[in-house]
Design a protein around this ligand. Sequence first.
Ligand SMILES: [Cu+2]
Length: 400
Amino acid sequence: MLSSRLVLISAVAIAILATVFAISSSFSIYSSNITYDDSKKSVSGSGNNDRTKIATINTPHGVYQTTGDILDPTSQVIDDRNKIVIDPMKYLRTFNYGRVSTLPNGTILREFTLIASDNKVMEISPGMFYNVWTFNGTVPGPTIRATEGDLVRINFINNGSKPHSLHTHGIHPADMDGSLDMVGPHGGRFVYEFYAKPFGVFPYHCHMQPLEEHISHGLYGVYIVDPKKPRPIADEMVMMMNGYDTDNDKENNFYTVNGIPYYYMHHPIQIQKDKLIRVYLVNMLEFDPINNFHLHANMYQLYRSGTSLTPSEYTDMVTMSQGERGILEFTYNYIGNYMFHAHKTEFAEKGWMGLFLVKGKSELDKIFDDGSNNNFAQRNLVTTTTQETLPGGKGDSGRY
Ligand SMILES: [Cu+2]
């Protein structure tokens, strides 16, 4: 056990060193343009007094900032969470069911608000700040969820400086497709309305031109449609595969699942031995033609696009192009740490790597009882009740 941990720690250390080397190598191209400002402590937060130097890097493609050090973003004080692109642990098991009402004909109406923004510089990897374009302030945007046959109404507000739109995959009329009609900047609004069909897992994203710019900066999220007869009870989670091109050369410098490179290596996802795990997996990676998901020491049932209740494959490896997605179901029968990562090793070593920490039920109950990990409790809450967790159109400060 000790030796396997040492191997694991060594692998993480090597990967981090490789990333630091890659970053420092890319800096050297523009090294004559790097300036340091000791006065900008507030950028990295008062809770981290050792992060005193902010490097401002002028590239031919724009300006970005980095402290150059390696810290865990979630170690920052709460006020600074608005500087971090997402809290991956919170995103993992958060499903937004909208404001729910019943129409006179008995149809369930679910109303959501999505607010686009394109002017934020946020921390996308420890010490790396980047101009993210966001839905409701995060990359990825919030996961929205409905049941087949519900009427979905999305109040879309564009608070950005460029035209944006909301294109949701699924079946709907042409004028609800969000691909040809832009929503104007600085407060433009549009209400997208369609019936949730078919059941499955889908991406939503901005569809304005140039598309690769709007997507690579972060304007996407996950949309889940449950079948009318629900899938079996499981510990459910959502995983969005993405990347960041921080030096604007149309190649990604960082790869992630759920927004922050290596996050789940430092914060393993705790799951219960013998419990069914269900992952809603979506690939929105720009620039690279493929991405994939490999699970260690186990196999999963793969439901491609989530549009069938019969699995399409039993495997430990799925490859997806941009926009592809699926549902993965598996159970771990042995406790311990298990990796999951892109089997494109370049992506894995630039951040797309994580761990499941499998524990016995009694051990997990103990953890949850003392409040130190409420992930299961949170998940049960949002899946058994309908909640409004998106902001009601008052600016984009309401994350999730
Ligand atoms: Cu856009």
